[in-house]
Design a protein around this ligand. Structure first.
Ligand SMILES: *Cc1c(COP(=O)(O)O)cnc(C)c1O
Length: 435
């Protein structure tokens, strides 16, 4: 059975049992661009942007949707997000440089991160980044001085850690007490940060931000944290905190496997907007502008990786390893987070699964497995495998481990394909080396 829910909207199986995405045959894409290759379905990508805007703005018109660039960004994609009316969240000078390279309006950019450097903050202030989400006392002082030197007043949010567990992987949990991110509300650090920000002469405090982690399959952590942070804000009104802006971050889940059913975008919107508006009403606070920061949930479902099978090793009674030409260098998530993916035979979609196999990458690590103990039809060298839901945190976390070139990225739409990042060459990988 074709697991449609984890594939892009346009994915289908043609009469020859071959996988088609965006009107393009995946075997032909694998032939034309080589493997491994990452395919992004433009229709799905744009539809996700529009859904976020629509679902939130129809419930609460003063909502801004910022795409979290760390999920994956490059210049062509930055253009698409701009066309769709999204803002951008960046977490480094590098991501900011991508935005600048295509003339993305920097007043629509927010700069996040727990340890932004002096150079990065200066780059942000100098070029007019809209908002800096301040994450530490060190940064608060540094940014105030940088803004003073530039004779500017920088608008900021204070990132707080509300102490709410979103029940996701420990490596992607960010809003609990024991975290490197934000100012803890529990310890009193968040209140102290607000006081210092209000007093800083070259900073203008617009409001509060938090981000619980990712992916969050439940609505309750959002409700709990929003309620808690708004009550915290209400308690600081006397100290000069006017909550003009409020962001509960991103972290919205997507389906990676056929049996996962994450909440719909509208469900997240309903939970967030209704909690925010009712709590503000109860506390007698004006309704702030709402900022939503989806990353994974926008680009994740649009991506499909194509690999070609090489060596197959059957260890009788133990395991059958099917090796592909990519692996942890282009998708570190199974090794890093024990992430589980669906794998389908792109050219044999009409055949019944008959064998239990493990999909191994080509990297020199035993942990380089893309999927364990999955069912496939009988596969042979040269066959193409497709892994869906890889648009987020795969190309963006890709490395040159073992000096394998990172794969190309191809945008597909209406039967047309377009390279938006070419495959790296050996020369590219040696570009920074000095002999
Ligand atoms: C990573 C991050 C996001 C996006 O998270 P997703 O799970 O990709 O939606 C949003 N806001 C902040 C501050 C982040 O660090």
């Amino acid at each position: 059975m074709f697991p449609q829910t984890v594939f892009p909207d346009t994915a289908l199986v043609d009469p020859h049992g071959q996988l088609v995405i965006g009107g393009c045959n995946t075997l032909e894409l694998a032939e034309e661009y080589g493997t491994p290759v990452y395919i992004l379905d433009e229709a799905t990508l744009r539809a996700r942007c529009r859904s976020f805007l629509q679902e939130f703005q129809q419930r609460y018109s003063a909502t801004t949707v910022d795409y979290a660039a760390k999920a994956y960004i490059n210049p062509a994609l930055a253009r698409i997000f701009q066309e769709e009316g999204l803002g951008l969240d960046v977490v480094s000078g590098g991501e900011l440089a991508i935005a600048q390279s295509v003339g993305f309006p920097l007043e629509k950019v927010t700069f996040h991160g727990n340890n932004k450097s002096r150079e990065e903050l200066a780059q942000a202030v100098e070029h007019g980044v809209g908002i800096v989400a301040v994450d530490s006392f060190y940064e608060l002082d540094l940014l105030d001085r940088i803004a003073a030197d530039a004779r500017k007043v920088q608008e900021i949010l204070i990132r707080v850690s509300p102490g709410v567990d979103p029940h996701t992987h420990v490596h992607t949990t960010t809003g609990i007490l024991d975290t490197k991110f934000g100012f803890s509300i529990q310890t009193g650090h968040a209140a102290e940060a607000v006081r210092r920000a209000v007093a800083a002469s070259n900073l203008k405090l617009l409001g509060l931000h938090f981000h619980l982690g990712s992916p969050i399959f439940e609505l309750e952590p959002y409700r709990l944290a929003i309620d808690l942070v708004l009550r915290f804000a209400a308690g600081l009104r006397e100290e000069g905190l006017e909550l003009e802006m409020f962001s509960p971050g991103g972290g919205f889940a997507i389906a990676y496997t056929r049996d996962e059913e994450p909440p719909a975008i509208g469900d997240y919107a309903e939970a967030i907007v209704s909690t925010m508006t009712s709590t503000c009403d109860e506390l007698g606070m004006a309704q702030p502008r709402l900022i939503i920061e989806p990353g994974r949930s926008i680009i994740g479902p649009a991506g499909v990786a194509l690999y070609r099978i090489g060596a197959i090793k059957d260890i009788p009674g133990v395991r059958k390893y099917v090796s592909v030409d990519g692996g942890m260098g282009d998708n570190i998530r199974p090794a890093l987070y024990q992430a589980v993916y669906e794998v389908v035979p792109a050219g044999k979609m009409d055949q019944d699964p008959t064998e239990k196999v493990t999909i191994a990458g080509k990297y020199c690590e035993s942990g380089d497995l893309l999927a364990s103990d999955i069912m496939l039809p009988e596969m042979e060298a040269g066959d193409v495998l497709a892994i869906p839901a890889v648009g987020a945190y795969c190309p963006s976390m890709a490395s040159n481990y073992n000096l394998n070139p990172r794969p190309p990225i191809v945008l597909v739409n209406n039967g047309q394909s377009r390279l938006i990042r070419r495959r790296e060459s050996y020369q590219d990988m040696m570009l920074c080396d000095v002999v």
